[in-house]
Structures are given as structure tokens and as C-alpha cells.
Ligand binder design. Structure first.
Ligand code: AHM
Ligand code: MG
Length: 340
């Protein structure tokens, strides 16, 4: 009964073992294991760096702006390099698409007929880097068409074609959450063992939650439906039906709360002058991976008008509004015609 915290993992199931015995995935288990072995290495490298960041000082900005016009933090670039390094010997992965790279990166040596593309945001929640706040890494894997060239038509297909999706959360403990289409499993990094150990298997998101996450300061830029939805969830008077607000500034960290306890994360579109509402978060390596996790856990992800996983991208850095989380709260948002 009084087992030490460090001893509770005794005899635990490692990520590797769990994958090798996984059934029902759309990707062959051998390929799943090869790809996840790289993701696991990436997670350990980034977790180690973040744990030491408080000692080495601030990570800061590089002084450059990225393809999306945002200031680049040193950690974003470094995190991107961690992926590039890991997949250099990353057979059967031959293409990488990253928030931090203008164009896809291809490794021709890793390119058999049976190959894959990894899409990722290496450091999600970059504004948290210098304040020791929670950060994440988001990733998805898609199959490359046999005989593909450096074109990416086969990667722009909807998120329903993702074979693996997941995220790593760097909080008080580092956790790796993933799905290969056969449920959502969560692993916690035991730093002394250097192993991700199974924490929860086949996780189900509660159908209802009483917490929401949003950058509410943007409400003046949303359209009427989104503002009405916010007014609705902030005007409940009785304790039983009211909501609380929690916002970390890292999508993966906010989403994680809802995966475990239910609730809704939203990043509504911002209406430009006379124009259409535009989202902030990116489809291919933020919205689609977490929507696959949500759906696999019984939750939902939508733009307010369309299921995220059914959107085919026109470009690799495309953005959309998002409403994601418990089925009940996402349906409630939709009932307000949130995105017009
Ligand atoms: P990033 O990938 O550059 O960090 O941007 C994505 C982040 C999300 O993690 C987070 O939910 C959102 O942007 C926060 O945006 P804002 O600062 O506008 O609230
Ligand atoms: Mg980022």
C-alpha cells in the first residue's frame, strides 16, 4: 500500500513491448514499431533538454521569423533538428513536414515503395518556453504512395488517412500519447529507467466535461456565433451546469486535460475586415493529429462546420478554426453556428 512513487512502475509495460503486442492497427506492427522507436527517442531528447532548460538559462528568440511570420524561438529550431537527426536513419520514413520548415524534407535513401511521411510540430506552445510552462510535440504519420516523387499530393489527403497520430506532453512528467487506429494509449517517462511505461490503455474521453480552454481575449475578433457560444458557457448560474476556464497556451497540454477529464478546447476563427474568419492552428500537424486522438477516444474535432479529419489540405501550413473535445460540448458549440 505504501509503495514508493519510483517503485510503482515495477514490472511495467514498456512502449516497445506494448507496440509489439498491439492488434488491430491499420499500419503493420513492424513499421509502427520502427517509427515509434524514433518518436520515442525524440521525446526523450526533448524532455531531457527541457528539464535542463532552467539551468542553462532562457531559450529565447533567434531573431528570425518563420514561414508563418512568427518569431522563431531557438527551441523551435532545435526541436526541428531533433526530428531531422532522428529520421536520418529513420527507415521506413522518407519525408518530413514540419511547422518549422517552409517545404517538406525528403530522405531519398529511406525511400522504399513502402514508405511514410511524418508531420509534426516539434515544440507546441512556444510562448511557454521561457517560463518553464508546459510544452508539447505533436505528430502524425501518413503513407506515401508507391513511386511517389517529391510532390506531396499523397500527403495532402484528409486526416482520415493518418495511420498514427499523437503528442508528447512535457509537464511535471513527460507523457507520450498515441493512436494507431486501435485506441489511445498513454505512457509516462520514467527518467531513471529511461523508458516510457504504460500508464493508461484504451483511454476514453468523457462525453461531457465542465472545463473549457480558449484565448478569451480574442473574443472581440470572433464572429457572432462563437461569441454567443462563449456567452452561453460563461452565463450558467447553477454550479452543476457551469463551466470553468483553464488555458495553458499549449494546445497539447490543454487537450490532454480534456482527453482525461472531458471539456472543450476552441480556437475560433478571427474575422478579418469584411472577410472570412481565419483560424490560427495548423491542420496537418496540429488539428488533424489531435482530432484523430479525440475520435479514437470517443470525442470530436471540428472547424464548427466540418469534421477536421475530412478536410483535404491545399497546402502544408493551412490553418482552420477548431472546436475539439467531449462530444457533448462540441455539439453544443455547433448548435451556435460558431463559424457561420
Ligand atoms: P505554436 O505551435 O507556435 O506554439 O502555436 C500554437 C499554439 C497552441 O499551442 C496554443 O493553443 C495556441 O497557439 C496559443 O495561441 P494564443 O497565444 O493566441 O492563445
Ligand atoms: Mg510550434
Amino acid at each position: 500500500a505504501n509503495a514508493l512513487a519510483g517503485e510503482q512502475m515495477a514490472g511495467g509495460t514498456t512502449l516497445t513491448r506494448h507496440i509489439m503486442t498491439k492488434r488491430g492497427t491499420a499500419i503493420p506492427v513492424a513499421d509502427l514499431a520502427l517509427i515509434m522507436e524514433r518518436i520515442e527517442l525524440i521525446a526523450k531528447r526533448i524532455a531531457r533538454e527541457l528539464a535542463a532548460a532552467g539551468l542553462s538559462g532562457e531559450h529565447g528568440y533567434t531573431g528570425e521569423t518563420n514561414v508563418q511570420g512568427e518569431q522563431v524561438k531557438k527551441l523551435d529550431q532545435w526541436g526541428n533538428q531533433v526530428f531531422l537527426d532522428a529520421f536520418e536513419q529513420g527507415y521506413p520514413v522518407c519525408s518530413l513536414i514540419s511547422e518549422e520548415m517552409d517545404e517538406p524534407h525528403h530522405y531519398s535513401v529511406n525511400c522504399p515503395d513502402n514508405s511514410y511521411c511524418v508531420l509534426y510540430d516539434p515544440i507546441d506552445g512556444s510562448s511557454n518556453t521561457d517560463v518553464n510552462g508546459s510544452l508539447g510535440t505533436i505528430f502524425a504519420v501518413k503513407k506515401r504512395a508507391p513511386g511517389h516523387s517529391h510532390g506531396i499530393e499523397d500527403i495532402l489527403v484528409p486526416g482520415t488517412q493518418q495511420l498514427i497520430a499523437g503528442y508528447i506532453l512535457y509537464g511535471p512528467a513527460a507523457q507520450l500519447i498515441y493512436t494507431a487506429g486501435a485506441g489511445v494509449d498513454i505512457f509516462t517517462l520514467d527518467r531513471t529507467l529511461g523508458e516510457f511505461i504504460l500508464w493508461k490503455e484504451n483511454v476514453k474521453m468523457p462525453a461531457h466535461g465542465s472545463v473549457y480552454a480558449v484565448n478569451q481575449a480574442n473574443a472581440g475578433k470572433w464572429n457572432e456565433g462563437a461569441r454567443k457560444f462563449l456567452a452561453h458557457i460563461t452565463s450558467r448560474k447553477d454550479k452543476r451546469t457551469s463551466y470553468s476556464l483553464r488555458y495553458c497556451g499549449a494546445f497539447a497540454a490543454d487537450f490532454h486535460r480534456f482527453l482525461l477529464e472531458g471539456g472543450i478546447y476552441l480556437y475560433p476563427g478571427e474575422v478579418a475586415e469584411g472577410g472570412k474568419a481565419k483560424g490560427k492552428l495548423r491542420l496537418m500537424y496540429e488539428l488533424a493529429p489531435l482530432s484523430m486522438i479525440a475520435e479514437q477516444a470517443g470525442g470530436r474535432g471540428t472547424t464548427g462546420k466540418k469534421r477536421i479529419l475530412e478536410i483535404a489540405a491545399t497546402g502544408i501550413h493551412e490553418r482552420h478554426p477548431i472546436y475539439i473535445g467531449s462530444a457533448e460540448e462540441v455539439a453544443l458549440a455547433e448548435s451556435f453556428n460558431v463559424e457561420g
